[in-house]
Design a protein around this ligand. Structure first.
Ligand code: G6P
Length: 608
């Protein structure tokens, strides 16, 4: 969602701010802006609706050598996307960029009677509130920010500058990430490490309730209660190559194609094929604690939710006496669900910042239940707040539609399930096939991607004329169908929905006509024949079926079939999901839409 950047140092702030904002474009936004301040205390504020290139065009007439500034990409919450509502917001000499939501902004606005507000945003109210405490420099900027934040209810990551002191930026966070990059004679600010990669390898991740006063050679951090914080400087693991397209036309295709490598990273040091076991250090549960687990609750949103659902089918297969429930975070946070003591919660999130998922984590922790993170972004809020965790290590995922994270989330959760099963003394002969297939997955993914890519591209071109799609599957192929439908609707705007094959006759069969095409996932296995009968029912009604299967002798008279040739059986649905990813990608390209930044969506949903 919204992105923040900031710079104080010896170089041209405008250059860093623009390049940083471009790196944050992937998060989703609808307007952008920057402000810089020169040594004579003149501020240059430039904002534009739409893409960063619009901002750049305006900036061409406002080039400055200023050495300090802040910038923002906005994803509208309060007020339409427009230049007026774009950040930075100004009040007196104060300029502010803000991620999050100020819930009590209406009351605060009333109290700030003398101020005239130019935008409809909650953020401008915070700028005015800070200005009211700052009193044209009568008090230090940090004090004014702290006073204001003490009155605020809601979530924020903010960066504030004053035209009156052009050598410092004040940043603070509560529920919205902020990173301070420590450079040589320069200090950088970003809401996401990708904005500062390549400038410095050293960063401080602010915690909720902390305020930092940042100058080019100093960073002073305190809590809102003025207690000093000794900051830990951490190494940023991401490198420049990881956030560039590397020869691909879109990040999405790059991320689909790099799954052999990203899954290898997820498995590194965790799979012992000779012994037929997996080993996860991160969760930090003892053998006795693992043995005691009777319930697993898996919490996530979007693709992470689907990954949890798919993993739950697998975990149930090999872990006895355990119930697994996968829940949508935005629902679960308000349910009055009873969680038994012998439960463990898996908190699944690529970004580690999703507001609903984070709220569930906090709620579950309050109930004294152990929480384990399945997270990608290192140092993210969820990663830091869980009791233990397993990073999926897929590297930066830039495209809004999640692909490589899904594959690794599923396997990481299955590995956690295997860890429980091992502790509970499940026979090695039961678990070994899972472990061996997991170890083979990267190679098999590579094979499948190589074999089906061009074929799926051709099929996608044919199906690009459709506006409706039904994805179908049974058992492990059902969550696969759900994830496939999500991928298609997210980026190609096709109205795609998923159903369990068994539900067809309870409604969706009525939809089958020439406006729709159907994607049927048909993995070999006990339920294959049943699923085939369901496909027959669709065909009998004139359905336009695309079958995805690993059954060699598949001979149904469907319109198109993508055959997966692989030694993988158990995890065949995970391989079939690669077809969904490619189908969504190529259909979107054929339709001419923005693949990496679909309309209205954001990569990291940091507001409720
Ligand atoms: C957004 C993204 C999805 C993602 C979901 C959950 O909707 O566009 O791709 O699956 O959030 O995100 P998380 O970072 O928690 O996995």
């Amino acid at each position: 969602m919204c992105g923040i950047v900031g710079y104080v140092g010896e170089k041209k702030a405008q250059d860093f701010l623009i390049s940083g904002l471009k790196r944050l474009e992937y998060r989703g936004y609808d307007s952008a802006g920057i402000v810089t301040i020169d040594e004579d205390k003149n501020a240059t504020l430039v904002r534009a609706k739409g893409k960063i290139k619009n901002l750049e065009e305006k900036l061409a007439k406002e080039k400055r050598d200023d050495k300090i500034g802040i910038g923002h990409t906005r994803w509208a919450t309060h007020g339409e996307p427009s230049e007026r509502n774009a950040h930075p917001h100004q009040s007196g000499s104060i300029y502010l960029v803000h991620n999050g939501i100020i819930e009590n902004y209406k009351e605060l606005k009333q109290e700030l009677g003398k101020y005239e507000f130019k935008s409809e945003t909650d953020s401008e109210v915070l700028a005015a509130l800070i200005d009211s405490f700052y009193q044209d420099g009568k008090y230090p900027l940090t004090n004014a920010v702290v006073q204001a934040l003490k009155l605020v209810k809601g979530t924020y990551g903010i960066a504030v500058v004053s035209a009156l002191n052009p050598d410092e930026i004040v940043v603070a966070r509560s529920g919205s990430p902020l990173i301070v990059g420590v450079g040589h004679n320069e200090t950088l600010v970003a809401s996401d490490a990708s904005a500062i990669v390549g400038h410095t390898k050293h960063a401080i991740y602010l915690n909720d309730g902390e305020v930092a006063t940042i100058k080019k050679n100093s960073i002073e951090i305190k809590t809102l209660n003025a207690e000093p914080v000794s900051a830990k400087v951490e190494e940023i693991e991401t490198n420049l190559a990881a956030i560039q397209k590397g020869g691909y036309e879109h990040f999405l295709l790059k991320e689909i194609m790099e799954q052999p490598e990203s899954l290898t990273e997820t498995l590194r040091g965790r799979v012992r094929t000779e012994e037929g076991i997996v080993h996860l250090g991160g969760p930090g549960l003892t053998e006795a604690e693992l043995r005691k687990i009777k319930h697993l609750i898996i919490v996530g949103c979007g693709t992470a939710y689907h990954a949890g659902l798919l993993a739950s089918y697998y975990i149930e297969q090999f872990t006895p006496e355990i119930t697994v429930e996968t829940v949508i975070a935005s629902e679960y946070r308000y349910r009055q669900a009873y969680i038994p003591e012998d439960a463990v919660a898996l908190i699944v999130s690529q970004s580690g910042e999703t507001a609903d998922t984070l709220a569930c984590l906090r709620e579950i922790k309050k109930q004294g239940i152990k929480t384990i993170g399945i997270v990608n972004v290192i140092g993210s809020t969820i990663a830091r707040e869980v009791d233990g965790g397993t990073y999926v290590h897929v590297g930066p995922e830039i495209s809004v539609a999640s692909t490589k994270a899904f594959t690794s989330q599923v396997i990481a959760m299955v590995m956690f399930g295997l860890t429980i099963a091992q502790a509970k003394g499940v026979k090695k002969s039961v678990l070994r096939p899972y472990v061996l297939e997991i170890a083979e997955m990267p190679e098999e993914i590579k094979k499948v991607l190589g074999n089906v890519k061009d074929e799926v591209e051709k099929i996608a071109k044919k199906y690009a004329k459709y506006e409706h799609a039904i994805y179908l599957g049974r058992d492990t192929a059902y969550p696969t169908a759900m994830e496939g439908a999500l991928k298609l609707k997210e980026i190609s705007y096709v109205d795609a929905n998923a159903y369990a094959f068994g539900e067809l006759k309870h409604g969706p069969l009525a939809l089958v006509d020439d406006r729709f095409f159907e994607v049927a996932f048909l993995p070999e296995g006990a339920l294959y024949e049943k699923a085939v009968s369901n496909v027959q029912e669709v065909l009998a009604r004139g359905g336009h079926v695309l079958a995805v299967t690993n059954v060699e002798e598949f001979d149904l008279p469907v319109e198109n079939v993508v055959k997966i040739t692989t030694s993988i059986e158990i995890f065949a649905p995970v391989l079939m999901n690669l077809v969904s990813q490619l189908l969504a990608y190529y259909m979107t390209v054929a339709k001419g839409y923005n693949v990496d930044q679909p309309r209205n969506l954001a990569k990291s949903v940091t507001v409720e």
